[in-house]
Design a protein around this ligand. Structure first.
Ligand SMILES: [Fe+2]
Ligand SMILES: [Fe+2]
Length: 298
């Protein structure tokens, strides 16, 4: 069995070249175009949350007693800072096509700036834990459905999302443990923050998705628009249903089967491929074949 993904949280500094995206087309997955729009839409507000997480953890990490957790917090801050940098660049690239996206992005940025500024210590730590519940589960869902969602896709944006999802799984218990370190007995507040974060993620994604499919001309073909909205609802529901076990007081991200007995092939292969010195900022079909082939022959 591969090592537990949370045992090591390396900080990988990547700078993706978004001007190299094929045809400058934001609809980057041919396997599932609706997924590429969904994840593009979701990714618009994500860097603003990631900066919120970084500020919240920096504000309180000196109060931690657990040395191992302090090291993990340092690692998550590093990983999320690189995520935010790259997502902001991708949003800027998408704004060239989606003219209303800049306003949606600005609104999300202001929301998180205000949430940090006006939020209590408990809200900052709790909201961070609530949100990270979904970045962790999203990492698992997307990588488990890799073939269906992005087997045929642009190599740059595919590489961006595989990297991000792998790292969200690696640091998937840090915000949870951070919350528990400060509020070990208050499970109800954590649960409330899980629900609040879910509603917020869906709402932010909905706004950007609606704008994107309109710009792509889907409303000129009602069946196409219907298909796109069906995807949105079913993916959003899968996301929500996957979070039900997180409401249990016995839940811990570390025990999720996708971290123990049922790790996704693509995540394990990607980490080994990167550790072997290969460039993973561009995942062409041949790279993915090589990556999976190396794992199977090991
Ligand atoms: Fe992230
Ligand atoms: Fe994260």
């Amino acid at each position: 069995m591969p090592v537990h993904p949370m045992d090591e949280i390396p900080i990988r500094k990547f700078r993706f070249k978004f001007d190299a995206v094929e045809g400058h087309d934001p609809v980057w997955s041919r396997s599932c175009p609706d997924f590429s729009i969904f994840i593009n839409a979701l990714g618009v507000h994500v860097p603003h949350f990631e900066r919120f997480l970084v500020k919240s953890m920096r504000a309180y990490r000196d109060e931690l007693q657990d040395e191992k957790l302090s090291l993990d917090v340092k690692a998550i801050i590093g990983q999320e800072s690189h995520h935010a940098f790259n997502f902001e660049k991708w949003t800027a690239e998408m704004c060239k096509r989606y003219k209303g996206l800049a306003a949606i992005n600005d609104h999300a940025k202001t929301y998180f700036l205000n949430a940090f500024e006006n939020g209590s210590r408990k809200f900052r730590i709790g909201f961070t834990a609530g949100y990270e519940t979904f970045t962790f589960l999203g990492g698992i869902i997307v990588l488990q459905r890799y073939a269906e969602l992005m087997e045929e896709a642009d190599p740059t944006i595919r590489a961006l999302w595989v990297w991000h999802q792998v790292e969200e799984i690696e640091h998937g218990s840090v915000a949870f443990d951070f919350y528990r370190a400060f509020y070990p007995k208050d499970e109800w507040y954590r649960r409330m923050m899980v629900v609040f974060a879910y509603i917020h993620i869906i709402w932010e994604t909905f706004k950007a998705y609606a704008h994107m499919i309109k710009t792509e001309g889907f409303y000129r073909k009602p069946m196409r628009a219907l298909k796109a909205w069906r995807f949105f609802i079913s993916f959003g529901l899968d996301f929500g249903i996957s979070a039900l076990p997180t409401l249990s007081r016995h839940y811990h991200p570390r025990n999720h089967p996708s971290c123990t007995t049922n790790q996704t092939l693509i995540a394990v292969a990607w980490k080994e491929f990167h550790a072997a010195g290969n460039d993973v900022q561009l995942l062409r079909d041949a790279d993915v074949d090589q990556m999976l082939g190396a794992l199977q022959s090991a």
